[in-house]
Unconditional design. Structure first.
Length: 703
């Protein structure tokens, strides 16, 4: 009996030591994992450092508690020196990463190790990207270190050094790749967390192996269920596992008032630093932000019910000049069923407050169409203009494998989506709902892009709907080519589907518009050539068009089809417009088809095949004019008799199975079915059409 009581007493005495030993090893493992996570999360993401460190300190609290508990229970020497609750690195997280090895900057250490001090005794401490150094040459108790080696996975590793008893960290940088000028482009790091060696644990002696087995069994049965999961993981740790970075976990409020720019950018940067994933804006919230710069390998996802709303201050768009910006990124997407709101009226009002005494209708005042460093024309690209102006909603420069899907964009103050120099671009199933009285709010403007597909989109905007461009400031990206636009519905107060501004040779080629519906538009299908680039190999097919006149501040005269080709200035060396096809088109408008080349550079090889054009009044706006703005060396807006099909200065015009009819309401300016002047190689194959008023004008005028 006494012997059994002594055994039970020994077991009771051993139990807390064994529990504490388990806690100790659990704490050590957790410290290793968290240290590696914080290091990884901080890699390459300067701006996100502060928020990540705050989260990391929160996660370390239960780890510190477990370590201290083990220390007390096992009567070890001090293993884990408590990190002060108020600790904040003065170098702001990852900021020191950029200063490693750069002499004279904050955080520089002549030994190549960045460090910060934030305690009264100046003991080096560090988390994430900012590390203290293991004291060298000091006498004291021997210390045991464990560490990890980055970029090749985690590998526990021991190291002995001497310490004065306080804990320290050490990070040793090693340059793994250098640029041509000798600067380091990539670092490999080995990190250590160092503390005193614990004293050996002397467990109670047991009389035989049976009792030892019983104690072990008791320990196993008594350990808390799910003990390994007792240490909660941070949202960052969860994101590193799932690849989803919820912006709320990075401090975003989503209350429609607080500026969430920094929090969203932190989420983006961390996602990129961890190798990619998804940045999530959850539903039911409105996130107000300035410019957000996207990175390679990520999906920026706006969930159903979420709104990303642009700020009204142009200064908050910085050099990007857009709400969502990316440059030279690869494999990015913008997706979701949520909304991106450009705050058009608020932007105009803020600019008027700054420049026009608050009067948005002030005569002679007009806000610049762009802001930031990346204007398509006028300002030199990347020149840091930073003039007051209107931001674009999405600007992507030199990106590859881009996908924009599902979102709704509304109230753009300037161009809505501007991909410049992008390769392998897909924009599908999005809606663009812009103000009907805001100039320059184009829907989609592919500019110097290649292999782009735009499909199944709905666009309702005051300015051009989809316009293929070749602007001068992005000429370094070469020709615009291989573009398809299919299955879209478009309403525009300017041109619904358009090619223009082929400033730089070689220009634009290989473009197909198919299976689209154009309605409530000022101009339907349009090619405007004023510059040196060629526009060639273009097909418009299977399209229905309804056009009507708008007030004259909007370019257009109600034409369902418009081609104009003449030089912008005297010194312009005009390119060529050739090999253009219109097939299976049903059109109704307040004006007819307008085709006008230049006397010394006529348009070439234009074919209308199976095209029906009905011309008639639909509004109270006065007609009887053609509109060739931007005018260049030509007339601009000029009055003229309106023909069903009007063509001047062309070489090779074919009208095959083409019909001109007139509506019930006629304008006094309506005239012949066909007017062809200075047209070489005109072919009429089953062309039908009478004058608007037979007898008053001939059915056809050809000179």
């Amino acid at each position: 009996m006494d012997h059994g009581r002594r055994i039970r007493q020994r077991i009771r005495r051993a139990r807390p030591h064994i529990y504490a030993l388990a806690e100790y090893h659990q704490a050590v493992g957790a410290l290793r994992r968290e240290e590696e996570k914080m290091k990884t999360q901080c890699e390459g993401a300067d701006r996100a450092g502060g928020q990540r460190l705050t989260n990391a300190l929160t996660v370390l609290e239960p780890v510190r508690t477990a370590a201290r508990s083990a220390d007390r229970a096992l009567k070890f020497g001090h293993f884990w020196e408590e990190i002060p609750r108020g600790f904040r690195p003065k170098a702001q997280g990852c900021e020191a990463r950029a200063t490693l090895g750069k002499r004279g900057e904050k955080g520089f250490n002549p030994n190549g190790v960045a460090s910060v001090h934030d305690r009264s005794d100046a003991t080096p401490l560090g988390l994430g990207q900012v590390w203290g150094r293991c004291p060298q040459g000091r006498r004291g108790a021997p210390t045991l270190g464990f560490g990890t080696e980055s970029r090749w996975g985690s590998r526990p590793e021991g190291r002995l050094c001497r310490s004065d008893g306080s804990d320290s960290f050490e990070r040793r940088p090693n340059c793994s790749a250098r640029s041509g000028d000798g600067a380091c482009r990539a670092w490999n790091f080995r990190t250590f967390a160092v503390g005193r060696v614990p004293k050996p644990v002397a467990l109670p002696a047991f009389p035989n192996r049976f009792l030892k087995l019983a104690v072990c069994l008791l320990v196993v049965m008594a350990l808390p269920t799910g003990y390994a999961g007792a240490l909660p993981e941070s949202p960052l740790a969860d994101a590193s596992r799932t690849g989803v970075h919820n912006v709320l976990d990075y401090g975003a409020k989503g209350d429609g008032v607080t500026k969430d720019t920094e929090a969203i950018q932190n989420a983006v940067d961390t996602c990129a630093a961890l190798g990619g994933g998804q940045v999530l804006l959850p539903g039911g919230r409105t996130f107000v932000a300035g410019a957000i710069t996207l990175r390679s390998g990520m999906d920026f996802h706006i969930a159903r019910g979420a709104v990303l709303k642009g700020t009204d201050r142009w200064q908050e768009y910085g050099g990007a000049g857009a709400l969502l910006f990316a440059k030279d990124a690869k494999g990015i997407s913008i997706s979701g069923d949520g909304v991106v709101d450009g705050s058009d009226k608020a932007v105009w009002q803020a600019l008027a407050n700054e420049e026009a005494g608050g009067d948005v209708t002030k005569e002679s005042w007009w806000p610049q169409a762009f802001c930031g460093d990346w204007w398509p024309f006028w300002a030199t690209p990347g020149a840091a203009t930073r003039r007051p102006g209107r931001p674009r909603v999405i600007l992507l420069i030199g990106c590859a494998q881009v996908r924009i899907r599902g979102i709704t964009i509304r109230n753009a103050p300037s161009w809505t989506i501007h991909p410049a120099g992008c390769e392998d671009l897909v924009i599908e199933s999005i809606s663009i709902l812009n103000g009907w009285d805001v100039a320059n709010n184009d829907g989609i403007d592919p500019d110097h892009c290649r292999n782009a597909r735009i499909a199944n989109c709905h666009i309702d905007t005051a300015d051009d709907g989809i316009v293929i461009k070749n602007t001068p400031n992005f000429a370094c990206y070469g020709r615009t080519e291989n573009i398809t636009v299919t299955g879209c519905t478009i309403a525009s107060r300017s041109s619904a589907l358009k090619l223009d501004e082929a400033y730089a040779p070689p220009g634009i080629r290989n473009v197909i518009f198919d299976a689209c519906v154009v309605f409530r538009s000022n101009r339907g299908l349009c090619i405007q050539s004023r510059d040196e680039g060629d526009i060639e190999n273009v097909i418009f097919s299977n399209i229905t068009i309804e056009t009507s006149l708008s007030p004259r501040k909007w370019y257009g005269a109600g034409e369902p089809i418009h081609i104009s080709h003449f030089p912008r200035a005297k010194e312009t060396r005009l390119g060529r417009v050739r090999h253009i096809r219109f097939s299976n088109i049903i059109a109704r408008g307040e004006n007819g088809v307008y085709i006008h080349g230049w006397e010394t550079q006529p348009v070439e090889d234009i074919v209308l095949d199976n095209v029906r054009v009905e011309v008639g009044k639909a509004t109270g706006e006065p007609g009887g004019f053609y509109d060739t703005r931007p005018a260049g060396l030509f007339k601009g807006v000029y009055t003229n008799t309106i023909a069903g099909i009007h063509c001047e200065f062309a070489r090779g015009l074919t009208l095959r199975n083409t019909q001109v009819t007139w509506g019930e309401r006629l304008d006094d300016a309506y005239g012949p079915a066909l007017e062809a002047r200075s047209v070489a190689e005109l072919r009429l194959e089953q062309f039908t059409g009478k004058a608007a008023r037979p007898g008053a004008t001939p059915d056809q005028i050809m000179e």
